[in-house]
Design a protein around this ligand. Structure first.
Ligand SMILES: Nc1ncnc2c1ncn2[C@@H]1O[C@H](COP(=O)(O)OP(=O)(O)O)[C@@H](O)[C@H]1O
Ligand SMILES: [Mg+2]
Length: 228
């Protein structure tokens, strides 16, 4: 059975496409993945996918776009039958598309960086989340990104969020690292660059997401032949 993971947030530049492309690229190592760019014409995930295909790293990865709710519903319906994971990269506002993602995803991830503006944007988003949850249960997690746990700002903000939001956060956090920005531009994931910390963060992110939605469609190496 296929798992649908949506990246939503009401503000641009928070890391939705970074998390979406990272998950899509990493999950596609062992499973089939469809990454749907729902933020057209921005098209960050689409551009990343095009580069990734050109460099020969998109073997189990399909990259597609959806420009409206009906197209998204139709494509998710189709990919649910053909892909192990469907990753939806959402737009930077609360509207029809974000609503559609909240109605379709098994797990919604909400990236927040260390800025008050992102916290305010999240407050707008959460009204939609409540609306979606009154219709249907699904998992939702805050993802701390550009995380600088040692700075006072990050600590204050994180305490503010814990107090203000009743939503759970992923244990995995993404730090503020050049590897995320350069990976995005090269059609890679940060785990494919020589940054040990980023690799560790990405591995923890992918493991935790799999644990929440339930790993699916992995193609483990066959058992060794019995001797005799
Ligand atoms: N953890 C991070 N550390 C450093 N730069 C990041 C990080 N996450 C995202 N970025 C950079 O911030 C910019 C916006 O990220 P992006 O994922 O495109 O945001 P969104 O899709 O929410 O608009 C990009 O240039 C990206 O490379
Ligand atoms: Mg984006």
């Amino acid at each position: 059975m296929s798992r649908v993971i949506g990246l939503v947030q009401a503000k641009g530049g928070v890391g939705r496409s970074t998390v979406a492309t990272t998950l899509a690229g990493e999950l596609a190592r062992a499973s089939s993945v469809a990454l749907v760019d729902c933020d057209m014409p921005q098209g960050t995930a689409l551009a990343w996918g095009n580069i990734r295909r050109r460099i020969g790293r998109a073997e189990r990865l399909a990259v597609d776009t959806a420009r409206g709710q009906a197209e998204l519903e139709e494509k998710v319906g189709r990919y649910r039958r053909t892909a192990d994971y469907v990753v939806l990269d959402g737009p930077p506002h609360v509207g029809e598309m974000t609503r559609a993602i909240l109605a379709l995803a098994d797990l919604c991830l909400v990236p927040i960086g260390a800025s008050a503006a992102e916290l305010w944007a999240t407050a707008n988003l959460l009204l939609l989340v409540e609306e979606a949850r009154s219709a249907r249960q699904f998992d939702l997690r805050i993802v701390w990104t550009r995380f600088r746990g040692h700075t006072r700002d990050a600590r204050d903000l994180s305490a503010m969020v814990s107090a203000a939001l009743t939503y759970r956060s992923l244990e995995a956090t993404l730090g503020y690292r050049g590897a995320y920005a350069s990976a995005l531009g090269q059609g890679l994931t940060a785990a494919e660059l020589p940054d040990t910390q980023a690799r560790r963060e990405v591995a923890a992110l992918v493991d935790e997401v799999k644990r929440i939605v339930g790993a699916t469609g992995e193609h483990p190496a066959p058992d060794p032949q019995p001797r005799g």
